[in-house]
Design a protein around this ligand. Sequence first.
Ligand code: ZN
Length: 287
Amino acid sequence: MPEFVPLCEKCGYVIESLPQDSDCPECGRPIASSLPEARIGSVWQAYRGPALARWIATADEICCRPSDVFVRIHIGDARDPALMRWSLLVASATLATVLTGAILLDPGARMSFAGKAALESLMWLTLLPTSLLVLRGLTWVEERGLRFFGRRQGFRITPAVAKSVCAHAAVGWALGALLGAVATIALHLLLFWPGDMASHIQTLHGGRPMPTWGADALGLAFGAGAALLWFETLAYIGMRKCRYANRGAGRGESGEGEAEAEIGAKSPSADPIQSPTPRNDPPEETP
Ligand SMILES: [Zn+2]
């Protein structure tokens, strides 16, 4: 199916020549609700303002109402790559901080504070780009996967749809990593600090003292699992909600236009606050 032919978002019926105030002859969904203008964008796409604030608001809406968000996202929005970068950065920084923090807090490590700090900085600076690369790679594989499975299901998952869906699903990496960090801290508190449950477990079993990295390993494994599951679930919801999504005519005629548009979108930081309406004002549909 060609990328810019308008389809009914529910059933995929071609609605190009139908009046906008009518209903889909196939499934009865109002035509107007399937037009690209009906997709008003996620908070990230539709609002201007500080990137961190927009990322937090977007993560909140994706966490609480993922289905609603994927019904609203623009397809092929020039800001999607930046959303992905922010999500991968939050996820990777969280992971690197938890891992390096575990070394600093480990009472078993016989090292001077300066030695620990040096090792920690080195680890953090190695872990951050490694994690970024790995997560970006997995997200790229998912983009390919969505297109592959979409084709098999008879959906219209274009490269632009896969990119916009995965940019929003990547928030799941960050949410899972943050959950893993909370779990790691909770395990540390539970096992080693106020109640020192690790000593109780040790006396029960008569074994060796439990190392503090045990808590980190458990927390990290939990976080990695949660991040992968969260990302995959969001990508799946996104594929279902955008299976026949229509892309506004102003949002680039090919995937190549996105990189250029992205640079332009990043430079003006003093943009006025805008309501969540399509920014490019695509021309009226002429039936
Ligand atoms: Zn329909």
